[in-house]
Structure formats: structure tokens, C-alpha cells
Design a protein. Structure first.
Length: 374
């Protein structure tokens, strides 16, 4: 119901009025058709009431279908009962008159036929107006989405790069035309930082915030400052300019030339494949998401690793993929797919994880993966 109400609020009022008028005129013609079937024996008052009742109750039926959708029957049944009661009351209150002369009958049938044609033509004109308006509106929105999709593709391209003794492979798969996920690798100083972010929500708005996150992160990292304060700086930038209910979960690995560090802000744990044992462990930090409060403190921790190890950063859209039984792919499914192919090539490892998730169920949220090979 909330989704339908939001849809109608976003729909132009002229188009709503045109649609309802179209329904009214098309179905009000049934009142004239009914008079033809009764050979024009209805009094004029009953004819007028029949035309109005046919059109008005058709509008109520249309509203019940549009607003309630699958639960339309909650309104349809009582409206139908009232409709039948009104029709019966009119029939008893205004009975048919006696037979008409042939000339009067001919004039009445001509009037009914002309009125029916007129009502159908008006209803058709209203629907054409609504269709043209909706088509223009869709064309404008579609053009904006195409532009936003192109911007998203530029801002979040697939990652396949190498820095010193580390290789990076990443992919972001939006659930719609525009996603709110972000993957990035940025060399700075003697090292690099690889991060993944997930803006709350879906659609264009999170995509815009995602672009701001990448711009702010790269500006901070390009200033040659240490990545220790990255989350604090991002929080200071994003908190005052985003919607109050929006926030960003974040995870990164950073190499300073000597040690590897990780930090997370409300994000699922980083998975670490240990080449020596074949075990997959989890690395996490107890930080809140970025942008929730005006002033926040974030911590980072060192990570030990060995040659051949791999790290997997991902967004929760991958974990939340559910099957027909409403069972989520979850962290267990992700760890199993990651470990089973962690000795394959990096690209094969990513493909195997995505294929396993797709076999499990249909994705409803953006999915992003960033694989770091030591």
C-alpha cells in the first residue's frame, strides 16, 4: 500500500485525472447501452442516474485495483455490494414507463447510440492523453537513468590491476540500472589502499552518494596523508550533505610498504584465505557505518599474511541472495565458494563465487566483489 501511495504521489495529477475520466466515460456508456436493451423505456431521471452510477462505480473499481493490487478484493467486494444495492434502489424508485411510440423510440435509440459513441470517444481521448503524457515522462526518466548508468560504469569499472607483489580483481553488479556499491584501488605513498563501500538504499540517490564517496576518498588519499583517518574524513564530508537515513558501510585493506592493515565500518567481515592451510578466516572491526553520526572514531588493525594468501571484500547483497525456500546464500555459502576455487586464477575464483550465488537464487540488491591476491 505504501509503495502504491508513493507511486500515485509521484504521478502527475493531470494524468491521474485523465485516467479516471477515461474510465468514467468509457463505462458510463454502459448506461446508454442498458437503455437501448430496455428499448428506451427508462424515464430520463433513471437514465441519467444509470449513466452516472456506471461511470462512478467503474472509477471506484479502478482505484481499488490500482491502490490495493493483490488485495483489491478488500475494497472490490464492498464496493460491488453497494453498487448492486444502488442499482436495485434506482430500479424500484423509478420504474420503467409504458411502451413508447415508434417515432419516440427511434429518437430515443438514436440519442442512446450517439451518446454511447460520444462517451467512448471521450474516454479514448483521455486514455490517449494519459499515454502520451506517460510516454514523455518515461522518455525523460529513461534518458536520466541512461546517463546515470553511464556515469556509474565510468566510476565503478571492473578492476584488474597489479601493484608491486599484489594483484587486484573486482567486479560490481548493480541490481538495477544504477548501483550504490563502490570498489576501488588507489596507490598512494609507498603502498596502496583497496576498498569497497555500500551506500544504503537502491536507485539513483545511492548512486549519487556513491560518486561523492569515491570523490571524497580519492581527494583524501591523493593528499599524501596516511589512510588512518580516511573514515573520519569521509564521515565529516558526508554527514551534513546526505539524507538523515542514509549511511555507508565500508571495508578496506591498506599496505604502507611494510605492513598490511584492515578496517571496516558496519561492513561484513573480510574473508582471508590462507594458502598454507586452505582455511578461510574472518577479519572484522567494531566500527559503526560512515555517516551515521556527526563525530565518529574509527579504528584499524594490522593483518598478517603469507605469499599465496587471498583476501575477499564484498557487499551484503551477495549474502542476502535467497532461494525459493527463503534461505540466504549467507556467509557460509560465500566462504565455501571462495575456498573451493581459491587456488584457481583470480578471475576464475570470482566467476565461481558469482555463479554459486546465482545458482542459489535471484539477487535483489547490488553485489560487489574485490579480490586481493598476495
Amino acid at each position: 500500500m505504501n509503495t502504491s501511495a508513493a507511486f500515485w504521489k509521484s504521478f502527475p495529477r493531470k494524468s491521474i485525472a485523465g485516467f479516471l475520466l477515461g474510465v468514467f466515460f468509457i463505462f458510463s456508456a454502459l448506461g446508454f447501452v442498458n437503455d437501448i436493451m430496455q428499448m428506451g423505456q427508462q424515464p430520463q431521471g433513471r437514465l441519467i442516474l444509470g449513466v452516472l452510477v456506471s461511470g462512478l462505480f467503474a472509477v471506484l473499481y479502478a482505484l481499488s485495483f490500482t491502490l490495493l493490487r493483490r488485495q483489491f478484493w478488500k475494497a472490490f467486494v464492498p464496493v460491488f455490494v453497494v453498487h448492486m444495492l444502488v442499482v436495485n434502489l434506482i430500479g424500484h424508485a423509478i420504474p420503467n414507463r409504458t411502451a413508447m411510440s415508434s417515432s419516440d423510440l427511434q429518437n430515443r435509440l438514436v440519442f442512446d447510440g450517439t451518446s454511447t459513441t460520444f462517451c467512448v470517444a471521450l474516454g479514448y481521448a483521455c486514455f490517449v492523453y494519459v499515454s502520451i503524457t506517460a510516454a514523455r515522462r518515461y522518455a525523460r526518466v529513461h534518458a536520466e537513468i541512461v546517463l546515470a548508468t553511464e556515469i556509474h560504469r565510468v566510476l565503478v569499472p571492473p578492476i584488474d590491476t597489479r601493484i608491486d607483489h599484489f594483484a587486484f580483481h573486482g567486479r560490481s553488479l548493480p541490481s538495477g540500472e544504477v548501483g550504490g556499491d563502490l570498489i576501488d584501488v588507489f596507490p598512494h605513498g609507498r603502498g596502496w589502499i583497496a576498498y569497497i563501500a555500500d551506500v544504503s538504499g537502491h536507485g539513483v540517490a545511492p548512486g549519487v552518494v556513491m560518486a561523492m564517496v569515491k570523490s571524497a576518498a580519492r581527494m583524501q588519499l591523493s593528499s599524501k596523508e596516511d589512510s588512518t583517518d580516511l573514515f573520519e574524513r569521509l564521515n565529516d564530508v558526508l554527514y551534513p550533505i546526505k539524507k538523515p537515513e542514509m549511511f555507508v558501510t565500508f571495508a578496506y585493506l591498506a599496505w604502507d610498504g611494510e605492513r598490511l592493515y584492515h578496517s571496516l565500518a558496519g561492513h561484513p567481515p573480510i574473508l582471508h584465505f590462507h594458502a598454507a592451510t586452505g582455511e578461510v578466516t574472518e577479519s572484522a572491526c567494531s566500527n559503526l557505518p560512515v555517516g551515521m553520526f556527526a563525530r565518529q572514531q574509527f579504528v584499524r588493525e594490522p593483518v598478517t599474511f603469507a605469499p599465496g594468501d587471498r583476501f575477499l571484500l564484498y557487499t551484503d547483497g551477495l549474502l542476502e541472495i535467497a532461494n525459493a525456500k527463503d534461505e540466504e546464500f549467507g556467509l557460509a555459502g560465500l566462504k565455501a565458494a571462495f575456498a573451493a576455487h581459491a587456488r584457481d586464477t583470480a578471475q576464475a575464483n570470482l566467476d565461481a563465487i558469482i555463479d554459486a550465488a546465482n545458482r542459489h537464487g535471484r539477487a535483489e540488491d547490488d553485489r560487489s566483489l574485490l579480490l586481493i591476491c598476495c
